[in-house]
Design a protein around this ligand. Structure first.
Ligand code: ZN
Length: 260
């Protein structure tokens, strides 16, 4: 079984603040990267437990390089850097997909670090008229290659969103419970590590239960964004009232959903 793992940073164990998600605050960001590697390692352990023959990890968070090579699980290979190939290398062939460190879409109530693609522009993405966040976007990329997304970890809001889009058979592991966009009740890495490993192992048995996420083609798409970015801590109620621009287009395939 070949596993493709898409990673993000906001939904990782122990990450609750924007300052942890980028290099401006070096120490906080470095700690978050260590926590990311621990979550990945636990999930790869679960994949290996479940019989994985190949595990590929994509460094999907916005900064071009989040991985700490010396902490990468030796059973995995990983893709990182700038300018990912179209399809993120998935055309090489995978049996199932996973998302680690995922976060809920823009404006999700109590979604820890929730956003879609850009957290300073209140960006919202709609396909066939339904709003979707990064979890669905990642699952659609996988679905283009016939790969089902069978595992998602993040906060409890990300897990709910994953089940909404991917169904009850998708394994979800909540590593924190949000009280707000930058506040959560957290579990210790030793505890989440065990949960992530067990969840990934379980997901390895579920590829046949979760259909790949696909939409009818072509895909009508719309994105709404603020005209001007805002600071991290402006309340959502104020952001919604600021002027937005709308862009509409049509995506020939799911590989075009970010670039229409
Ligand atoms: Zn991210």
């Amino acid at each position: 079984m070949r596993v493709y793992i898409l990673t993000d940073l906001e939904g990782v164990t122990g990450v609750t603040l924007w300052r942890q998600t980028g290099p401006t605050h070096r120490e906080a960001y470095l700690e978050a990267r260590r926590l990311l590697m621990a979550d990945i390692s636990a999930v790869v352990d679960g994949c290996v437990d479940g019989g994985a023959t190949r595990v590929t990890v994509l460094d999907g968070h916005g900064c071009p390089y989040n991985m700490l090579p010396e902490l990468m699980h030796p059973a995995a290979e990983y893709i990182c850097g700038k300018g990912f190939p179209r399809g993120w290398g998935m055309e090489e062939g995978y049996d199932l997909g996973m998302q680690v460190g995922a976060h809920a879409m823009c404006r999700t109530a109590n979604g820890v670090l929730c956003h879609t693609q850009n957290h300073t522009t209140d960006a919202r993405y709609f396909y066939h008229g339904r709003e979707m966040g990064e979890i669905a976007q990642g699952a659609l990329e996988m679905g283009h290659f016939g790969v089902p997304c069978v595992f998602v970890s993040g906060d409890d809001a990300a897990c709910r969103e994953a089940r909404d889009f991917l169904g009850e058979h998708c394994v979800t592991v909540a590593v924190k419970k949000g009280f707000g966009r930058q506040c959560a009740s957290l579990l210790a890495p030793a505890r989440t590590g065990a949960l992530l490993r067990a969840g990934a192992r379980e997901a390895m048995q579920r590829a046949h239960l979760v259909p790949p996420m696909v939409l009818p083609l072509p895909i009508p798409a719309r994105v709404e964004t603020l005209l001007e970015p805002v600071d991290d801590d402006v309340p959502a109620s104020q952001i919604a009232a600021l002027p937005h621009r709308v862009r509409e287009g049509v995506c020939a395939t799911a590989l075009d959903i970010y670039s229409f």
